[in-house]
Design a protein around this ligand. Structure first.
Ligand code: OGA
Ligand code: NI
Length: 355
């Protein structure tokens, strides 16, 4: 795998935000942005909470597994508490990411994306010079398997950042695979099919930095999108709200729980589950006064497999809803388009369904 794709260079938003501007440049203004529903009032739904330990505890396991199944079908999103990733590993990862984004611009620049590759510091999904931009910078890396790591990017990471990533990558990979096994089981899918797709799976991370913004209601930190992944584990680093999930047409704000991961179903899992699970649209908004940081860890299939509905889930009553596509081609196509809701997965549908 040479490169996942490329993206046009864009201004650094963190540096732009430091200039004490009172109005944001036109390229960041999103007149179309619908407001989120008001937080705090009664009756606002919130994403389900799954207790990882309960999923394996004899007494509570059946009910908690059923709850997981419903969360994947009805929300595509849940918060995972009592997971097995050690607090120290999560803490170190948070510290290193904060350290990176707090370092002088000259240092951050050493990790800048190089032409023709999305890995590194910059932005992704920017295809034209008149495209609207997001109020954010990001650092994108392929983390696993080790042989897919880009030496030119990894060598530029400080030894302590590299080590934090190393532990975090392995632990989140283990956790994601356990969740996938439970999901496969809930779906009634053959175990071998899961292993064929996700053994030696490609893991990538997107570390997001959303600077404060003088006109937060006019911009967007991250456009509405579903993730192109199998499964995503999102870790919010700063205690500032920003993530919103689309549910029944409304944008629902997510308040991350202490020591939780926000887990969501990606497009690939929607495809594999033949539409039983769904990859749900989400976005990030920014704040007037506070910066916000997060890291999304994407668990993807390996690069040798064909992505398509699991054969064991295809029956005459539930025919395949998605086309099959080679894993490398899936990612190539993902990075040559703007981030736009569920446009990409919709192209892979055999029958266009009315949502
Ligand atoms: C992502 C993502 C949300 C956030 O990186 O794919 O959805 O809160 N991030 O940063
Ligand atoms: Ni996302």
């Amino acid at each position: 795998m040479e490169s996942l794709g490329s993206s046009l260079p864009v201004p650094n938003v963190q540096e732009l935000a430091k200039e004490n501007i009172s109005a944001v440049p036109d390229r960041y203004i999103r007149p179309e942005r619908p407001a989120a529903i008001v937080t705090g009032s009664d009756g606002i739904p919130s994403i389900p909470v799954i207790d990882f330990q309960s999923l394996f505890d004899g007494e509570s396991a059946p009910a908690e597994r059923e709850k997981l199944h419903r969360a994947c079908k009805e929300w595509g999103f849940f918060q995972l508490i009592n997971h097995e990733v050690k607090t120290e590993i999560v803490h170190k990862m948070k510290e290193e990411i904060q350290g990176f984004f707090a370092s002088p611009f000259e240092e951050r620049k050493s990790l800048s994306q190089v032409p023709g590759d999305v890995e590194g510091y910059g932005q992704v999904f920017v295809l034209s010079n008149d495209q609207k931009l997001e109020w954010a910078d990001m650092l994108y890396l392929v983390t696993l398997p080790v042989y897919l790591r880009k030496p030119h990017v990894w060598q530029m990471l400080s030894p302590s950042f590299r080590s934090a990533l190393e532990y975090y990558a392995i632990e989140t990979q283990k956790l994601a695979k356990k969740l996938l096994e439970l999901m496969a089981n809930n779906l009634g899918m053959k175990k071998e099919e899961l292993h064929e797709s996700f053994d030696d799976g490609m893991q990538s991370m997107r570390m997001n930095y959303y600077p404060p913004c003088p006109q937060p209601e006019l911009v967007i930190g991250l456009s509405p999108h579903s993730d192109g992944s199998g499964l995503t584990l999102l870790l919010q680093i700063s205690d500032v709200q920003g993530l919103q999930v689309k549910n029944n047409g409304a944008w629902i704000p997510v308040s991350p729980l202490q020591n939780a991961f926000i887990v969501n179903i990606g497009d690939i899992m929607e495809i594999i589950s033949n539409g039983v699970y769904s990859s749900v649209e989400h976005r990030a908004v920014v704040s007037h006064d506070a910066e916000r940081l997060s890291v999304a860890t994407f668990l993807n299939p390996n690069m040798n497999v064909e992505i398509g509905p699991a054969p064991s889930l295809i029956t005459s009553e539930t025919p395949a809803l998605f086309k099959r596509i080679g894993s490398p081609q899936f990612f190539k196509n993902l990075f040559v388009r703007k981030l736009q809701g569920k446009a990409y997965i919709n192209e892979l549908r055999i029958e266009k369904r009315n949502e």
